[in-house]
Design a protein around this ligand. Sequence first.
Ligand code: IPM
Ligand code: MG
Length: 380
Amino acid sequence: MSTHKIAIIRGDGIGPEVIEASLAVLDAAESAFGFSTERMEVEAGAKHYLRTSELWTPELELRLRGQDAILFGAMGDPAVPPGILERGFILEMRRTFQQAVNLRPVKLYPGVKTPISGLTPERCDMVIVRENTEGAYVGRGSTVHAGTPYAVAVQESVNTRVGVERVVDFSFRLAQSRRRKLTLCHKTNILVEAGRLWQETVNDLSTRYPDVELDYVHVDAMCFHLPLSPERFDVVVTDNLFGDIITDLGAVIQGGLGVASSANLNLDGSAPSMFEAIHGSAPDIAGRGWANPIGSILSTAMMLAHLGEGEAALAVEAAAVHVLSQLPAPSGAGMGRSTSELGLEIAALLGVSGSVPPVPGRSIMGELAGMRELGGLGLR
Ligand code: IPM
Ligand code: MG
């Protein structure tokens, strides 16, 4: 029986609630599919920071590096000024562990309400690959004459050939296991230096993947095409900041932030990958059982696929999607059950074979598991 070492970071706000629900599903997946996990709880987040002034530390890095994966809830609290935890912990983890790819599927599952009228699940099934360690997120820049009418703020965006190439290469390989179409999303007409590096990298690598069709869309036009013609997109590769923005839009289209999942993938096996829902800590609804845990549960499923438990990953996805299709509202009191009840409901479906229909269309779970087998996913 294989055992996977997993670090659990519950964090703040609704983080602990969605993680609790995800762990209920993980327990059920373990007994249904015959594997086990060794779980290491890590205290981090706003409360921990206010008590200890600690964010990302070398000791924590060492403890986490030995793990096979990290399951992450959410971080942030009104008591901590904005940016401290985000930059001091989340971005530090992504950078230190070289989680180069932030994989964010945008799939409208059957039965889910979308604000885009007339949109059907067949038309919305893509994966956004967000570069996760560079761009405007490197935290470089400076301000002079701060607080005066002559203040000058410079914020740099760093793009390296190595950094761009690894996400573009990953995106081509992912496209090969899907509809064989790759769209670069950037702003090459204005951000000409970075834009040239991205476009050249895509062009250069495309000779290795002649079976993948190429497309290009400016990021502003993307905000127009994504809701209105999502069928145009299969795999979209983009830089860190554009990816942050368009994946929130993607989340809305697929039924809200409660549903959207993500995988922060280390591609070279030097450190663990991290799995988290796209939503934040939502302190306004914390502690009420109003958070939808399905984004976190689908992230847990991606973690399973990444760990080589492909069958379990597919089953978790199918069970979560089945329950999701029955929710009267995407989150809040209107869901008709609490966060933990939803977790238990999904968990209960796992032991019973044939209890839920398979997810229609493509599944990122199978694709991740397949890429792992091909050796391209930083095996640990
Ligand atoms: C996300 C979030 C993060 C980001 C924050 C919390 C650092 O918005 O994962 O999309 O900007 O990447
Ligand atoms: Mg974001």
